[in-house]
Ligand binder design. Sequence first.
Ligand SMILES: Nc1ncnc2c1ncn2[C@@H]1O[C@H](COP(=O)(O)OP(=O)(O)O)[C@@H](O)[C@H]1O
Ligand SMILES: [Mg+2]
Length: 241
Amino acid sequence: MTVVDPATADAVAAPAPAAYRLTGVVKTYQQKGRIVKALTGIDVEIAQGDFVTIQGPTGGGKSTLLQLLGALERPTAGHVVIGDTDLATASAGQLERVRATEIGFVFQGFNLIPTLTAAENVDMGLEPAGLEATERAERVRDALERVGLADRADHRPGELSGGQQQRVAIARAIAKRPRVLLADEPTGNLDEHMRDEILGVLEQLGAEGLTLVVVTHDSAVARRARRRLRLDRGSIRDITR
Ligand SMILES: Nc1ncnc2c1ncn2[C@@H]1O[C@H](COP(=O)(O)OP(=O)(O)O)[C@@H](O)[C@H]1O
Ligand SMILES: [Mg+2]
């Protein structure tokens, strides 16, 4: 047993806390009576504040892993620990809380509501967090400012470029002030110029301490990550060099 003297405990450098700790993670799906093994026993730790990309062939398990990291699914076996919540044992209410406050999502197709303005779309992302109106308005303004779109708050998605639409989607994801941003092919629908625009925004958020986990086929995106993982047939490998 280790005894820590409370008077000196603060002086000891604490290790960077893990955003995620995965051990022996298996995920299987039933499909027409067959069992599909999407993840075959994954062990990986992701440090708070890291910028990690996940590459690999279609069907390799990338989206499945992201669903687990997003607390949208539970593992079939093994443990997915987010901060200090273990998905394997947490209640449905705890998972809902984790999703509402700790994790932001960004998708390839932006998933904005076309009839709502940028500000209204960002506000939608705050609905589950249960904040009061003034706090919500403040967070919407702040999030749009952080992605460089303060002057586009009243524009609808159809009046914005693809890169700007994806920046609205990022603002929606960060307005809840999550610890982690998960992105599935966030630049997949964008040309090179807009991709660089999105990469710049992601790197800025990373510099401010947000943990980034980005699934990508784009090697230009992966080159900018601090750590690169590859998922192939449900097993993971670190390919950082
Ligand atoms: N909801 C599901 N039901 C049945 N099979 C699924 C489901 N989601 C994914 N799979 C299967 O799991 C494997 C991994 O899929 P996925 O995680 O989507 O890979 P990737 O995102 O790398 O293309 C594939 O064989 C896929 O068909
Ligand atoms: Mg996928």
